[in-house]
Write a protein of this length. Structure first.
Length: 199
């Protein structure tokens, strides 16, 4: 009995398994077919879009390149013109500045030379005048000093003579007094000695 039930269950299970497997195979086939179809369509569209975009990009790139080349040519031409104008202007300014500087330098050199000549002449005149004044002052001072020296010498000589005369008078007087005192003392001493001898 159990074997019969088992056989039935196994048979039923195999039946359902066959049905499920068949259905799954069918679904897989359908899905695979649909997916392949979708993939083919997508690839076709993608290829078409890629080809279109590639063509468009090449056209855009070519146009942009042409525009950029034209702009570059214009810019380069304008820059060369500007550079040439600036170079010409700078060269003209440089020449003008050099000429002005040379003129200024020449004028300043002439002025400095003239001032130098005037200063040298003035200095020589001042030096000559100062030397003349100093010589005159030296001569005057020398003459004054000689006069003062002569006067002082005369005064000193006169004072010396007066002092010598006074000193000689004092010395003569002192000598006379000392001589008188000496004679008086000698006389007194002699008198005393004579008196003593008489005793």
């Amino acid at each position: 009995m159990l074997d019969v039930i088992k056989t039935l269950i196994v048979a039923r299970f195999e039946f359902y398994n066959l049905i499920i497997t068949t259905v799954l195979n069918v679904i897989q086939t359908v899905v695979s077919t649909v997916w392949n179809a979708i993939k083919s369509v997508i690839e076709t569209v993608t290829n078409a879009i890629g080809s279109f975009l590639s063509s468009a990009w090449e056209a855009i790139k070519s146009a942009v390149t042409a525009v950029l080349s034209a702009i570059k040519a214009v810019v380069v031409s304008a820059w060369e013109a500007i550079k040439s104008a600036i170079t010409t202007a700078m060269e003209a300014i440089r020449s003008a500045v050099i000429a002005a500087w040379e003129a200024i330098k020449s004028a300043v050199s002439s002025a400095i030379e003239a001032i130098k000549n005037v200063a040298v002449a003035a200095w020589e005149a001042i030096k000559s005048a100062v030397i003349s004044i100093m010589e005159a002052i030296k001569t005057a001072i020398t003459a004054a000093w000689e006069a003062i020296k002569s006067a002082v010498s005369s005064v000193v000589g006169a004072i010396k003579e007066v002092i010598t005369s006074v000193w000689n008078a004092i010395k003569s007087t002192v000598t006379s007094i000392v001589g008188g005192l000496k004679d008086a003392v000698v006389n007194v001493f002699n008198s005393l000695l004579s008196g003593i001898k008489k005793l």
